[in-house]
Design a protein around this ligand. Structure first.
Ligand SMILES: [Zn+2]
Length: 105
């Protein structure tokens, strides 16, 4: 159990960059502009453009446009969210194991 707690401490130390996290998925999509006479009306879409797709429970996902100059920053922030979520899952698994051994905390 000492080992589990030491591992948990190391995992928690990895949560220091949480301010930079961004949940969602980077997607690339073509767009219609809405003008009837435009080439996009017959399927030749504008773009593709980059968006952050943010799932919202019980609602339609939010799509946020990502300008090219911000794409790298956003990709980095999305990667941080993935790491943080993996760390949280591991810490929770350790706490579950400690509880199963009747030694939470
Ligand atoms: Zn168009």
């Amino acid at each position: 159990m000492r080992q589990l707690r030491a591992r948990r401490r190391r995992l928690a130390a990895g949560l220091s960059d949480m301010e930079a996290l961004l949940r969602g998925t980077v997607v690339s999509q073509g767009r219609r502009c809405g003008k009837e006479s435009c080439r996009c009306a017959s399927g030749e879409l504008h773009g593709p453009y980059t968006y952050l797709n943010v799932p919202r429970p019980g609602r339609r996902a939010r799509l946020v446009y990502v300008p090219t100059r911000l794409a790298e920053t956003v990709a980095g922030q999305v990667a941080v969210a993935g790491r943080v979520e993996a760390l949280l899952a591991e810490i929770s698994a350790i706490n579950t194991e400690l509880l199963a051994r009747r030694a939470p905390g």
